[in-house]
Design a protein around this ligand. Structure first.
Ligand SMILES: [Zn+2]
Length: 212
C-alpha cells in the first residue's frame, strides 16, 4: 500500500514537519520536529492507533529540532548525523540566529546515520544521503520504493538553503545537490524543510541556483 505524506507547517518560522504514514501497517515515521510537532503527531497516533517508528532529523538547526526532546521523552528512535552533534546537544549555540525567548532543549539522538546507510522503517528501506552545505550534518532521507525524499533545507522549490550560517558552504551545497539529489530518479517527489513540494526533474530543469 502506498505511503501517505502529511505536511504540517509549524511555528515559530514556518518549518515543515512531515508524517509518513502506512495505514495498513498502522504506523508512521516523522521527519523533523519544529515547535508543536510532538502534540500534532501524538494526536494522530491516538486518533488512528498508529505506532511511531522513528523521528528523522534532516539537520540540527533549532527550527527543525525544537520538539525533539518531546519525541525523546516519548521513547522514539531519533536519527541524525554526527556532524551536527553539537547542535543537537547544545542547541543554544545557534541562539544568535534564533528568535529571542525561544526555549531550546538538547535532543538525544539514538541512531547516528551516515552516507548510504539503509534504515528499515515501515517495512521498507530508507536510504540516507549526506547533503552538507546548508549545515554540516544535513541529510536527505529517500524512501526508495515510494519515490519520495526529504532533503531538509538543502534544496527548495526554485531555491536552495542558506549557506551563510555557521558551517554553511555554497560549493559543498552545490556538490550535494548535483551528486546526491539530481541523481535521484526524475519523478522522485521532494518534500523540503520549508515551502511546497517539488520533484527532482523540476529542480534539475528550473532551479536557478544549481543547474542540472
Ligand atoms: Zn536549516
Amino acid at each position: 500500500m502506498a505511503l501517505e505524506v502529511l505536511d504540517f507547517e509549524l511555528p515559530p518560522i514556518g518549518t515543515n514537519a512531515f508524517v509518513v504514514a502506512d495505514r495498513e501497517r498502522a504506523a508512521c515515521v516523522v521527519v523533523d520536529a519544529p515547535l508543536n510537532a510532538f502534540s500534532t503527531v501524538e494526536s494522530l497516533l491516538v486518533r488512528n492507533g498508529w505506532t511511531l517508528e522513528g523521528l528523522l532529523l534532516t539537520h540540527g538547526h533549532w527550527d527543525h529540532t525544537l520538539d525533539g526532546h518531546r519525541f525523546a521523552a516519548f521513547g522514539a528512535r531519533i536519527f541524525g548525523h554526527e556532524a551536527d552533534r553539537i547542535l543537537f546537544s547544545e542547541p543554544q549555540v545557534m541562539n544568535a540566529f534564533a528568535m529571542p525567548g525561544i526555549e531550546m532543549h538538547p535532543v538525544a539522538v539514538t541512531d547516528w546515520v551516515k552516507q548510504g546507510d539503509c534504515i528499515e522503517l515501515l517495512g521498507r528501506t530508507v536510504e540516507a544521503r549526506e547533503v552538507p552545505g546548508h549545515c554540516p550534518g544535513s541529510l536527505l532521507f529517500w524512501f526508495k520504493d515510494a519515490g519520495i525524499a526529504f532533503p531538509g533545507d538543502a534544496v527548495f522549490r526554485g531555491s536552495v538553503g542558506r549557506y551563510d550560517l555557521p558551517g554553511g558552504d555554497f560549493a559543498a551545497l552545490e556538490a550535494s545537490i548535483r551528486r546526491q539529489i539530481y541523481t535521484l530518479p526524475d519523478e522522485t517527489r521532494l518534500y523540503p524543510g520549508h515551502g511546497p513540494p517539488t520533484t527532482v526533474a523540476h529542480e534539475r530543469a528550473n532551479n536557478p541556483f544549481v543547474r542540472g
